[in-house]
Design a protein around this ligand. Structure first.
Ligand code: PGA
Length: 257
């Protein structure tokens, strides 16, 4: 049986400064390249907006891919301070995180804003990484299912008319909000159940013809990642804190072989 390849998405949030982002790439790009080639896993770096160009330049001609942490929910136009999906794609972004819980919370992004972002990513040729997850740590599968379903409820309206020439892959990142940055990984039994019920929800909410891939994110570390790699639905990981220290990130990626 072929080994499964995982997508590792490093979400640097607003933690690394411009200089630190450049240092990270300059110091580790060769190790990252070897790691990706040796493990078959893919690595996506998501720096903050001003660093997109520099990280693109530093990773060009390597297997390392670039992603953005967000994009505008509007097409290019008079929206001061916004960054369009198309600009990000022109700068080499292949992925774009949308609907991260920090943006839902601090920037009051709604499910509709997020569905629009998904649309603009696809039109621009980027694969959206759509984050969904419950806020409270109640571990009630049926309740979580209805929250995730609600978060996806407007998606179809914004992607249904897209043509076959547009990007057709959507990554769904299940990130329980209570697990982000808290050091608390959900119980693996709960996670199994969540991914089992997520697939039918997503297939109901996403029109036919799209390829859906699944990520998990929230307090992943080199110590706990192996406990969830056996969940068959999971194709990769959205990693915040543990991606900032390259040695930790590297250890996590090396464990998934
Ligand atoms: P964390 O963040 O790995 O630091 O919990 C994950 C995320 O916010 O995407």
């Amino acid at each position: 049986m072929n080994k499964k390849s995982f997508l590792f998405v490093a979400n640097w949030k607003m933690v690394l400064t411009a200089q630190q982002s450049m240092n990270y790439c300059q110091e580790h790009i060769s190790d990252m390249t070897k790691l990706s080639e040796a493990t078959g896993n893919s690595i996506v770096l998501c720096p903050s907006f001003p660093m997109i160009g520099a990280v693109n330049y530093l990773t060009i001609d390597t297997p390392i891919t670039l992603g953005a942490q967000s994009c505008s929910s509007f097409a290019p136009g008079a929206y001061t301070g916004e960054v369009s999906a198309i600009s990000l794609a022109e700068f080499g972004c292949k992925y774009c995180i949308v609907g991260h819980s920090e943006r839902r919370h601090y920037c009051h992004e709604t499910d509709e804003d997020i569905a629009r972002k998904v649309r603009h990513c696809l039109l621009a040729g980027m694969a959206p990484i759509l984050c969904i997850g419950e806020v409270e740590d109640e571990a009630i599968v049926i309740k979580t299912a209805s929250i995730l379903d609600e978060q996806l409820s407007l998606l179809s309206d914004y992607v249904i008319d897209l043509g076959i020439n547009e990007t057709r892959t959507i990554w769904i990142a299940y990130e329980p909000v209570w697990a982000i940055g808290t050091g608390r990984l959900p119980d693996s039994h709960y996670l199994h159940e969540i991914y089992d019920m997520l697939e039918p929800i997503v297939s109901k909410r996403v029109p036919q013809g799209f390829t859906i891939r699944y990520l998990y994110g929230g307090s992943l570390t080199e110590e706990n990642i192996e406990s969830i790699t056996n969940i068959g639905t999971i194709d990769g990981f959205l990693v915040g804190g543990s991606s900032l220290d390259f040695q930790k990130f590297k250890n996590m990626i090396s464990l998934c072989v």
